[in-house]
Design a protein around this ligand. Sequence first.
Ligand code: IPD
Ligand code: CA
Length: 281
Amino acid sequence: MQNKPHLQPAESRELLQCALKAARLGREVLLHYFGRLENIQEKFQAGLVSEADKESERVIRDHLARSYPEIDFLGEESAGDLSKVQSRSEKGRWILDPLDGTTNYIHRFPVFAVSLGLEINGELQVAVIDAPMMGTGEVYTAMKGQGAFLNGRKLSVSKTTGLKDAFLATGFVSDIEDNLAEQLKVFPQIVRQARGIRRAGAAAYDLALVARGIFDGYWEKGIKPWDAAAGVLLVREAGGTVMTYRGRPYDVFNNSIIAATPAIATALQKEIEPHIRPDTH
Ligand code: IPD
Ligand code: CA
């Protein structure tokens, strides 16, 4: 994998198969513990964690390490201090949220997913989002340059161009007061204009629904690389635009994200930018 500018289609396919298998192992853990949790803890400024998050990460990580020992790994439950983590990996790096939507899951609200992306040299290459309790089980996949799919069906973002027609998603990270304050300043500007806004509680799934054309756009402050990695590739591969609140191209280490149809992304960015803090990037 070292220093590879591009993956061959066959390599991407193999990596995707491995990611799918890993996500399936995580999904089994999540289905097993759903409604049966015994150990819920609060993390420092990072929400809740349960035995399901930890075990899902363990089985996925083990599978990835067995299949591709040379590829790095960044997972929510083992990441530690993100400021010490390199912003890109030349060898390639799996970026995993073993349970996106932890609060939903703990409260038995079925919007949650395993989210697994592969980044090489700062480029997202492969994505899987597995949302086992949505419909009869939704598995979203993407490979760079080859489109985004739901259970094998090709996806594209919606054709919506105006905010007044837009059905949107957002989220509020409540653990960090500055992020929350900024989100709460932005929210009234958009709620007054959009057709509707939903807060489903799983950023990866919000992004998957943008790729699918159900949501016309999504914005949030303070999500982490593991919340975003897979979903961002899905949105891009479905024809969407992903940028920061400053209107710059998004990288998973940025602390703000807008993911939407190209026109809605521009419209959201225009509404958001006047309210952002100096440390928003
Ligand atoms: C959270 C969810 C939520 C979003 C938060 C995330 P977690 O991830 O994606 O929708 O608003 O920003 O931290 O804690 O459930 O993995
Ligand atoms: Ca999580």
